[in-house]
Design a protein around this ligand. Structure first.
Ligand code: BG6
Ligand code: MG
Length: 214
């Protein structure tokens, strides 16, 4: 068994992927840049500023840093408006049961998220106390696919990457885990997350056999 599991937040612990999509789509519409859920797949796990730059690149546009800052602030207002209504009902199915199972087996739990909104979201859904080690977008210089967020998490746990398993729904997040020498469970579509060591469709009904094939 691993000594710890490090979880991504958006799309693994909480169902915020649609809210991010709606908010980015609003920004893309303003710029007349076509933007679909397939495009959004590339933004998962990526920081706010980098996401904005990627949308602009999709439209063949460039903007000044100040304009990018204004647009990301606006996107975040739309996003925060949606997530401000979050409750424990927005925790993805199976998550609480799996965290309980890890606790019962003395496997440590940590968060590794690119989001600056992570602390607010964890509070809103009532899970803050389940993540004594929590690394988020406020604490890192390099967004996924850079491994910094997970390496810092392992460091705070006092463990090496090989002792931890990362759970990720984003291509960039799986890449970050692998670059950091972590084992990685992909959560979602196995064709999209083909770089993960194992892929599960969602967090439902996971047991300790998940670690057998890592
Ligand atoms: C990641 C999300 O967890 O956090 C991305 O998958 C998001 O979609 C990134 O852009 C940054 O989030 P925030 O909340 O700081 O804008
Ligand atoms: Mg995610």
């Amino acid at each position: 068994l691993p000594k710890a599991c490090i979880f991504d937040l958006d799309g693994v612990i909480v169902d915020t992927v649609p809210a991010h999509f709606v908010a980015w789509k609003a920004m893309a519409d303003e710029l007349n840049i076509p933007f679909t859920e397939v495009d959004n797949e590339q933004l998962k796990g990526v920081s706010r500023t980098e996401s904005m730059k990627r949308i602009l690149a999709m439209g063949g546009m460039t903007k000044s840093n100040i304009e990018i800052e204004e647009m990301t602030t606006k996107k975040n207002h739309i996003y925060v408006e949606i997530i401000s209504k979050m409750t424990p009902d927005d925790i993805l199915p199976g998550v609480v049961e799996f965290l309980d199972l890890l606790d019962d087996n003395n496997i440590a739990i940590a968060l590794g998220s690119s989001s600056k909104n992570a602390p607010v979201i964890l509070e809103a859904v009532g899970l803050a106390h389940r993540f004594p080690v929590s690394v988020d977008g406020n604490q890192i210089a390099h967004s996924k696919p850079h491994p910094e967020v997970f390496l810092l998490g392992a460091d705070r746990l006092g463990l090496s990457p090989s002792e931890c398993v990362v759970f990720e729904d984003a291509i960039s997040g799986v890449q970050a885990a692998k670059r950091g020498n972590f084992k990685c469970v992909g959560v979602g579509d196995s064709t999209v997350l083909s770089e993960a060591d194992v892929v599960i469709p969602d967090m439902k009904n996971i047991d300790l056999t998940i670690f057998d094939n890592l």
